[in-house]
Design a binder for this molecule. Structure first.
Ligand code: B4P
Length: 183
């Protein structure tokens, strides 16, 4: 079983849902930049105040801020990890590559969760978080296409990418991911 993983995919594909299950069952550190940013917003820290309006618009929080969060969590961690929702653009991916070279911890697999826009929108509207209204969701999908989707080629070129169909039950998708990671 691979121990250093990235989860990639459009908003609402279920990255958080599957990442949490897998991290728990395989005893990996689960780093969700979305969850970490929401915790900062909740606590009203200066970082959270900066992130709040950006997230509500469905845009990406500044690279510097997100990278600082990830670095502080990874640099003292021993063992496997799963990055969920990070990196989200090429600049973040390149900084991550540099950080992981420094830490001598290469990525072993990138799991791409693929799903049609119609289902994504339905799932997010049903979730109903503050940034889950239709206008903001459509903007997040656009941000995904322009800024995050280029990472698919970035990781495919390195032979790290596995694509998983993200339609179906949570259990079924989880089983497919485990199968792919065992290979
Ligand atoms: P995230 O917190 O990463 O959230 P997401 O992409 O919207 O959702 P995810 O794919 O994890 O879906 P989930 O499992 O919840 O990002 C939020 C915001 O944070 C971004 O817009 C950005 O502003 C900021 N941010 C985060 N990381 C950043 C970074 N690196 N750089 C800059 N900014 C960053 O599933 C969605 C719903 O579907 C849930 O309700 C779930 O229960 C349901 N669901 C899941 N699987 C299902 C299934 N199989 N069937 C039916 N429903 C399912």
């Amino acid at each position: 079983m691979k121990e250093r993983l990235l989860f990639l995919g459009p908003p609402g594909a279920g990255k958080g849902t599957q990442a949490q299950r897998l991290a728990q069952s395989q005893d990996l550190l689960h780093l969700s930049t979305g969850d970490l940013l929401r915790a900062e917003v909740q606590s009203g820290t200066p970082l959270g105040q900066e992130a709040e309006a950006v997230m509500a618009r469905g845009e990406l929080v500044s690279d510097g801020l997100v990278i600082a969060i990830v670095r502080s969590r990874l640099e003292h961690h021993q063992g496997g990890w799963l990055l969920d929702g990070f990196p989200r653009n090429l600049a973040q991916a390149e900084t991550l590559d540099t950080l992981l070279t420094e830490l001598n911890q290469a990525i072993e697999r990138v799991v791409l969760m693929e799903l049609d826009d119609g289902i994504l929108i339905q799932r997010l509207l049903a979730r109903g978080r503050a940034d889950d209204n239709e206008g903001v969701i459509r903007h997040r999908l656009e941000v995904y296409r322009t800024q995050t989707a280029p990472l698919i080629e970035h990781y495919k070129d390195r032979g790290l990418l596995i694509a998983v169909d993200a339609a179906g039950s949570v259990e079924q998708i989880g089983a497919n991911i485990l199968d792919c990671l065992a290979k």
